[in-house]
Each structure stands twice: as structure tokens, then as C-alpha cells.
Design a protein around this ligand. Sequence first.
Ligand SMILES: [Zn+2]
Length: 214
Amino acid sequence: MTFTMIRKNLLFCKITRIKTSSKSLFDSYMSRFKPGQETCPVCGSLGNCRIHAYYGRHLMDFISSKPVKSDICVLRVCCGSCGHTHAILPDVVVPYSGYSLFFLLRLLGEYFSGLFHVEELCERFGISQNQLYQWISLWRIHKQEWLGVLADMEVSDWLFLKELLSYNRYSSFSMGYAIQCNNSFMQSHANPPPSGSKTAQYHQLIYSPDISVF
Ligand SMILES: [Zn+2]
């Protein structure tokens, strides 16, 4: 049994315009979410997903210049047609990561700006240097996967980050990345999924319907 998920688009705006926490965006998204409108990513059946279970998860955000830990409740739906269950994960959440997308982009942005010492940065974000370097290497792998080897050499980390922040709809990027790379941006495979299975599988082809939370 593989662990599958349904990625949802929530970030239909410029990331830099967002002033609320990942948790509040996640919660307002989930309050509008209707399982019965989803397409099962495994068997393709439309309208057969039902609420299966919820599991709790920590999500670290970075708000007013400090790390803020909150808890979110992830919904798993079950497809009545094939019996697979899928976690519903809007794009403020990075699969298997306890850190929000905003946290990661903010941290990497400050690192790539070159304005801060690594020690100071890690202390302020409450992480180890080892963790920071793991994220930087993951970022570089994903950047190259997205841009291709040649473009990757021409676009600096800082420039690529500014590009991500400038998208009018960040979700267009996150969805495009998932389709092209068969993985979510900044999703590390080093962390085992909660179900205990070893692989995270993407089957998703259909992302609609979309729900606006802004
Ligand atoms: Zn199914």
C-alpha cells in the first residue's frame, strides 16, 4: 500500500502579500473543502471520495520574526471506488515536513541574501546548521530539476527565490512543479511518510476544483 496525497492549490496570490499564518490559511481552506468533489488520483473516479480520518501534525511557521509552532489536522479521504486513502494537502504545507512553505522560503531568502551569519540565522529560526544545509541542498536539487541543467547554471539561488516570490499565483508554480517533477517543491524523501511506507507516490493529474480563501 502506498501513501498517496491529493495536493490542492490555495496560494492564488503573491506569497509576499500573505499576512496570515499557514495554519489559518490551512484551516480556512479545509473548512471550505468538499471531499465529494474530488477526483481520486489512483483510479480517476470522480465524486467518490469520502471523509476517512484525521491525523494531527505540527507545522512550524515564522511570524513576526520568530518561529511559531502550531498544530493542524490533516484530512484523509477514502475513495469508495478503489479503497485507497489520500491525505488532503494544500500547498502551504510541504509533505512530510513539520515546517511550512513560508518558513522555508523566508529562511532560504535570508540565507541567500547574504546579509546574515549562519549562526545568527539558525538561532533566530530555531534550527540546527545541519538542517539549514540539508534544506539548501534540497533547494538546489529542486531548482535544477525545475529549470534544467543549463538554465540552473545561469540563475542564482537568490534570483530564483525572487522569481518564486514574484509569481502572481504561487500555486501555478507549485502545481506545475508537482506535475513536471512528480514531487512537491521542497519535499524531502529523506523523511519517511507517516504511514510508515517508504515511498511517496504522486498520481495526481487533476487539481480542480479550486477554492479561493482570500
Ligand atoms: Zn479511487
